[in-house]
Ligand binder design. Structure first.
Ligand SMILES: [Zn+2]
Length: 71
């Protein structure tokens, strides 16, 4: 005879902390041109200095803008 007393509560299912589906602001890729703010299509984007633009023209525009601000 064993004197063990297994409590019936031991096998009780524990409620798992459910991961609530929150719309967390995942770091999205830059989707808009910095110069004209138009959405950039992946195939046509123009990448310069870690930023995306729609084309060289917009990039030039953006760089000029930055230069003016840095005066
Ligand atoms: Zn643009």
């Amino acid at each position: 005879m064993t004197a063990e007393t297994a409590s019936p509560e031991a096998t009780k299912e524990q409620p798992k902390p459910q991961a609530t589906q929150q719309a967390k602001p995942a770091q999205e890729e830059q989707a808009n041109c910095l110069a004209c703010n138009k959405p950039i299509k992946k195939l046509k984007r123009y990448y310069r200095n870690g930023k995306f633009y729609c084309n060289k023209k917009c990039w030039r525009k953006a760089t000029l803008k930055v230069k003016e601000e840095k005066k």
